[in-house]
Design a protein around this ligand. Structure first.
Ligand code: GLC
Ligand code: CA
Length: 574
């Protein structure tokens, strides 16, 4: 033990004896999120413990050993609070409870404790932008113009001279289609909803709303959760002048003209709230704020961390993983952006989630899905980043989209059919094994059909196959934990003019480097690397991990052969 550590220990012991907490330095643990692997669980579809066809909290608890074995640091669970389920939980009617479909608070406490025992942290989804229209706050707010909560939501008069309900204040549109304004007779006014009309937007210009929500945050922190994923965070403010948006080219899936979203998306006021929220989460060290941040460019992403690192620790970087095109230059550029344009903060890369078609459906070429899935895994798990895995990506789950409109569960899939099929396809039950309902549920009919590939694409069969995608994920996640270059090495792209193969180094200050090379094409490629320009003495590479069979144990850097879509990880040696 070094002297400084001994001193810290001594001071800690003395303070502990006095009943005080040491405030000298943040334990490394408080920064757990910096290199974390965070796994998104969509609770309706993960595990159904009571056999009603809908996944539940006990179903997550039952599968914690799997998640521990996979090696994840935390799970983000999408909303499980009481909700009419219009938007499958994103319409919350009580921020401090558990929807009976998902279980009870005792179930949550058990899940939390069981996760903790396994070293897995829980991250809750926090929906600040809107509540359900059935939330008592809104029920009160809509009842009159004079009730105590009259200003808790965004209320406005219609256009002067118009006839309600068809004269909304302006032309703003809901992200889910149609006017963003809904008429309320009791007030003879309209309320604003960025999403469904059952999701009225809260008025964040009212401090009472803010304080009520910050208490919700404290409630879940006291329950032991380690962080929050902030839903729709860029939608929190709307321009008070209510200016009409201008129209853009084309029509949306709902049959309306596209509009700009200058006055309802990513307003500067958002940052003010994020700073205040961060102060609240700072009350409990180690609490992470993750943001649902679909932003137009890396500059806006950089702002989300805060000028003094006082906003979000991990706004989602959707620039990289949702680019939807396997382009070496594209990925290299986005990775470099994350290194140089977000002020040294940690990027949270995301390739998939419950709102977008699964990654393999967006990046696959119809022939090399297995290889491309491994390539995406390498891209997610080997840079200097925090990584988000959407449940089932690690086994190669694919979308199973509805075949007809009457099959659709997600309301936007019905209103937007056939252009917008909704998000059911990426939310199908987790594929645990080759048995009935893929082992997700014993019910006759799970809430969504299981994807037909479950007989081969499932946890049980992939666990037994050492060369499976699942085992490839496990090896990558393990590498992040045990290999010093992956744990704390810098990230440097090399061979920067190559358009077929993306290569980068993870390099520690002792000069040791690990090389990652990925073939982005359907043909074999050979890379010729000269690392002397990087100040690295090395002509060979010792294999650490490859996504393909029969990789040779030692390779020459000036002649490194990669099969179609192959990923190579090796230690650079003289
Ligand atoms: C976020 C959620 C999405 C939801 C929407 C409204 O985008 O991820 O599922 O529909 O917010 O809450
Ligand atoms: Ca259930």
């Amino acid at each position: 033990m070094r002297a400084i550590q001994r001193l810290f220990l001594w001071v800690s012991v003395c303070l502990a004896v006095l009943g005080l907490k040491p405030a000298l330095a943040a334990p490394a643990d408080d920064n757990w999120w910096r290199s974390a692997v965070i796994y998104e669980v969509y609770p309706r579809s993960f595990g159904d413990a009571n056999g009603d066809g809908i996944g539940d909290l006990n179903g997550i608890t039952e599968h914690l050993d799997y998640l521990k074995d996979l090696g994840v640091d935390a799970i983000w669970i999408t909303p499980f609070y009481p909700s009419p389920q219009v938007d499958f939980g994103y319409d919350i009617s009580d921020y401090r409870g558990i929807d009976p479909q998902f279980g009870t608070m005792a179930d949550f406490d058990r899940l939390e404790a069981a996760a903790k025992e396994r070293g897995i942290r829980i991250i809750c989804d926090l929906v600040l932008n809107h509540s359900s229209d059935k939330h008592p706050w809104f029920v009160e707010s809509r009842s009159s113009r004079t009730n105590p909560k009259a200003d808790w939501y965004i209320w406005h008069d219609g256009k002067p001279g118009g006839t309600p309900p068809n004269s909304p204040p302006n032309n703003w549109q809901s992200i889910f289609g149609h006017s963003a304004w809904q008429y309320e007779k009791a007030r003879d006014q309209y309320y604003y909803h960025a999403f469904y009309k059952e999701q009225p937007d809260l008025n964040w210009r009212d401090d009472r709303v803010k304080n009520a929500m910050f208490d919700v945050v404290r409630f879940w922190m006291n329950k032991g959760v380690s962080g929050f994923r902030l839903d729709a965070i860029t939608s929190m403010f709307e321009d008070v002048a209510l200016k009409d948006e201008s129209y853009l080219a084309g029509m949306n899936a709902y049959g309306e003209r596209n509009i700009a979203r200058l006055y309802t998306d990513n307003l500067p006021e958002v940052h003010n709230i994020l700073r205040q929220l961060r102060k609240v989460t700072n009350e409990k060290a180690g609490t992470v704020l993750i943001g649902e941040t679909y932003l137009p460019n890396v500059g806006e992403l950089a702002k989300m961390y805060g000028r003094n690192r006082d906003e979000l620790q991990l706004p989602m970087d959707t620039q990289l993983g949702l680019s939807n095109k396997l382009s070496v230059a594209g990925f290299r550029g986005k990775l470099q952006d994350a290194e140089t344009k977000i002020n040294g903060n940690v990027p949270l890369f995301v390739f998939s989630n419950h709102d977008n078609p699964r990654s393999i459906n967006r990046y696959g070429d119809g022939k090399h899905e297995g290889e491309i899935a491994r390539l995406l895994a390498t891209l997610l798990l080997t840079p200097r980043d925090a990584a988000l895995i959407y449940y089932g990506e690690e086994i190669g789950m694919t979308n199973r989209d509805p075949k007809s409109k009457d099959e659709v569960k997600d309301p936007i899939g019905r209103s937007g059919w056939p252009k917008e099929k909704g998000r059911d396809g990426e939310r199908t039950p987790m594929q645990w094994n080759g048995d009935t309902n893929a082992g997700f549920s014993v019910s006759k009919q799970p809430w969504l059909p299981v994807a037909p590939n479950y007989r081969t694409v499932n946890v049980s069969s992939e666990s037994r196959d050492p060369n499976s995608l699942l085992n490839y994920y496990k090896k990558l996640i393990r590498l992040r934990k045990v290999n010093q270059q992956f744990k704390k090495g810098d990230f440097i792209t090399v061979d920067n003019s190559n358009e077929q193969v993306l290569s980068y180094l993870r390099k520690t200050s002792d000069g040791k480097a690990v090389l990652v090379s990925m073939n982005f094409t359907a043909s074999p490629q050979t890379v010729k690397l000269d690392l002397t320009t990087e100040g690295i003495k090395g002509e060979h590479s010792k294999l650490i991990l490859a996504s393909y069979p029969n990789a040779s144990g030692s390779a020459e850097l000036k002649d490194l052969a990669l099969p179609p879509y192959g990923s190579y990880v090796g230690e650079v040696v003289p």
